[in-house]
Design a protein around this ligand. Sequence first.
Ligand SMILES: Nc1ncnc2c1ncn2[C@@H]1O[C@H](COP(=O)(O)OP(=O)(O)OP(=O)(O)O)[C@@H](O)[C@H]1O
Ligand SMILES: [Mg+2]
Length: 384
Amino acid sequence: MRVLLHTGKGGVGKTTHAAATALAAARAGHRVFLLSSDPAHSLGDSFGLPIGSRPTELAPGVVAQEVAVLEELERSWSEIQGWLRGLLRDETDDILADELLVFPGLEELVSLRAIREVEAMGEFDVCVVDCAPTGATLRMLRFPDALRIFMESFFDLKRQGARVLRPILDRFREGLVPSEDLFEAFERLYSDIDQVQRILRDTTRTTARLVVNPSRLVVAETRRSYAYLCLYGVATDAVIVNRVLPEEARRGYFARWARREQEEMAEIEASFPVPRLQAPLLPREVRGLEALESLAESLWAGRDPAERLTTEEPIVIEKQRGRVRIRLALPGARKEELDLKVRGTELFLRVRDASRCLALPDSVSGRALESARLEDGVLWIEFA
Ligand SMILES: Nc1ncnc2c1ncn2[C@@H]1O[C@H](COP(=O)(O)OP(=O)(O)OP(=O)(O)O)[C@@H](O)[C@H]1O
Ligand SMILES: [Mg+2]
């Protein structure tokens, strides 16, 4: 099943384009599931139809759902959270504890579990996702690293400890030691998250479409998001430039806006090494099936939106004459914002405030890092 993520800064048109893409994909003959993972759901508003937490058929070939995140979270996380809070305060470093306790990105991850459920139904070819604004999506991608460290370093120890202590302490007062159910729930959640992450990082299945507006702040933020998506191994295969002033509006009152826009269009072209699609600023809000169909037609014009629009991979590992090099697209990143270390079999990479531990292939692990260069928005890392 193909997965198309729609992400971008707040208010740029993510929901609108997710909806239009779903309609275009259905028109291309796919069975489409349209999923909103943004806790502030607005797919229903966009279609002008009620959509709930149960799959609802919206148009021929399009079924939609808005995941009820709070309910889901309540179900799978609140108990675990209480247990973790006590545990982490005492025993791990502060950053890890904060990241796990504040659960940045957890809401988004919990709702993205729905992608797996959609896939398991086996009835859909394409899952179009209307994501929360970029910040949340990125936090969601980074959450599992913290969880993995916790799993690998503490989980088994805690569980064994609990098995030993429970029969003794339960005699005094029950509930002093976390129950086996709790460990199971935690393990299940971890495995769910791991599977979602695999889907998102599987570049043959999943690609992100970044929605931007031709304005300075939006472009700057989106450039950072693009780099973060690459860092976390999610492929971006298109940028949708939304709300471009149409020809007839580029004179008179809007002439200066039009000039500014021109500059931003050049900036967008230089910033994103992927295909760009353009949608005009329409004279009114895009609401309802008819308006969305017409936007879909103008953007996709008979093309299949489920196709992968570029073969660019976020992270490439190449071998050449006995040397191994890793290539990572990080548009807009500056040298002083990067930090890079090899630790055993992992490459630790930090770009501004985002970091990732990348498992190195066997062919590289144990070798010395020879050089790292940042050139035209691409980071090259070479091993001896
Ligand atoms: N090309 C366009 N022309 C005119 N109006 C548009 C266009 N694209 C989107 N809109 C309108 O802009 C508003 C915001 O769009 P939308 O809800 O899709 O943004 P969003 O990125 O999903 O926002 P949020 O971050 O709040 O989820 C909506 O009222 C929508 O109808
Ligand atoms: Mg939205």
